[in-house]
Design a protein around this ligand. Structure first.
Ligand code: C2E
Ligand code: CA
Ligand code: CA
Ligand code: CA
Length: 279
């Protein structure tokens, strides 16, 4: 038994070392990717249910890896969070979003807003607000074209710092959205204390909203709660016409999901918008 224990331990450390090597390699690659401009933003439109217009898109990062192809965020964002590399990636995302807004602002897509995802770790960075302001100014973009999506984690850690950061952002005119609403921590006090413009109901409530009574009840309650606080509601992960109808009937403001479009590159989005394919 002793022998076996040792072997197990040996095996375990080898696994750990291998993982560590992989992590170091990936971090080196990430640094290289920033220098070589290997990241791209894909955009997923949000459909306004009141008038079937599209006025906002969420920016979702992809990594065009030279050997491994197009990588989704799950393959590199968690590691970037751990290593701290996320700070630089986030700055790149904000700059790329502002550059895109500048391209759109004088043409047929001038109405579009871009929502970017910011993690708690990124908000910790003291200079992120300044960086956002500079990116907007450098590109001649008005702050109300930009939206920031934050998950509920920011309301349980570093609350004072985060409130301060978000108040500054909101004063600039940037819209604030709560992402993945309902799956995090259930304190609702922050809806009172933070300047929230939008609430995004997590996909896990939407998937079976037309089949499960409890999901329907929760979704309706969240919509009513938000509206009574003057907050708009986006439903995430809408995939079927039945879900769309339910959400429309219960006065959800916006929907996002594969039913409207998957996240796509800017050029594809422009084509789909001008062909009227998204609404
Ligand atoms: P998220 O912010 O909750 O983004 C929504 C995710 O759901 C996206 O995955 C999107 O492609 C996917 N999705 C959208 N509609 C549907 C649908 O109808 N059905 C299903 N099954 N999925 C749908 P993606 O692009 O892989 O992004 C995953 C997560 O990575 C994001 O979740 C976000 O937390 C993170 N992420 C993406 N871009 C960034 C970024 O620039 N910065 C940071 N910090 N995180 C990012
Ligand atoms: Ca998001
Ligand atoms: Ca989400
Ligand atoms: Ca999510």
């Amino acid at each position: 038994a002793k022998e076996q224990g040792r072997n197990t331990y040996q095996f375990y450390t080898e696994g750990m070392q291998e993982r560590e090597v992989k992590r170091l390699e990936l971090d080196k690659d990430l640094n290289h990717a920033l220098a070589n401009d290997e990241f791209v933003l894909y955009f997923q439109p949000q459909l306004d249910l009141n008038d079937s217009s599209i006025n906002s898109v969420e920016a979702l990062i992809r990594w065009q890896h030279p050997r491994r192809g197009l990588l989704p965020p799950v393959d590199f964002i968690p590691l970037a969070e751990e290593s701290g590399r996320i700070t630089d990636i986030g700055r790149w995302v904000v700059m790329a979003a502002c550059r895109q807004l500048a391209k759109w602002q004088n043409g047929p897509y001038a109405n579009l807003r871009i929502a970017v995802n910011l993690s708690g770790r990124e908000l910790d960075d003291e200079s992120i607000v300044e960086h956002i302001q500079e990116a907007l100014e450098a590109n001649g973009v008005s702050a109300d074209r930009l939206e920031v999506e934050l998950t509920e984690e920011i309301f349980i850690q570093n609350i004072e710092h985060n409130l301060n950061q978000l108040t500054k952002l909101h004063k600039l005119g940037v819209h604030l959205a709560i992402d993945d609403f309902g799956v995090g921590y259930s304190s609702l006090g922050y809806l009172r204390d933070f300047p929230v413009d939008l609430l995004k109901i997590d996909r896990s409530f939407i998937t079976e909203v037309t089949r499960r009574h409890d999901d329907a009840v929760i979704t309706r309650a969240v919509i009513n709660l938000a509206h009574n606080l003057g907050i708009q509601v986006v439903a995430e992960g809408v995939e079927t016409p039945e879900q769309l109808n339910f959400l429309k009937n219960h006065r959800c403001d916006l929907i996002q999901g594969y039913l409207i479009s998957r996240p796509i590159p800017a050029a594809e989005l422009e084509k789909a918008l001008s062909a009227g394919l998204l609404n």
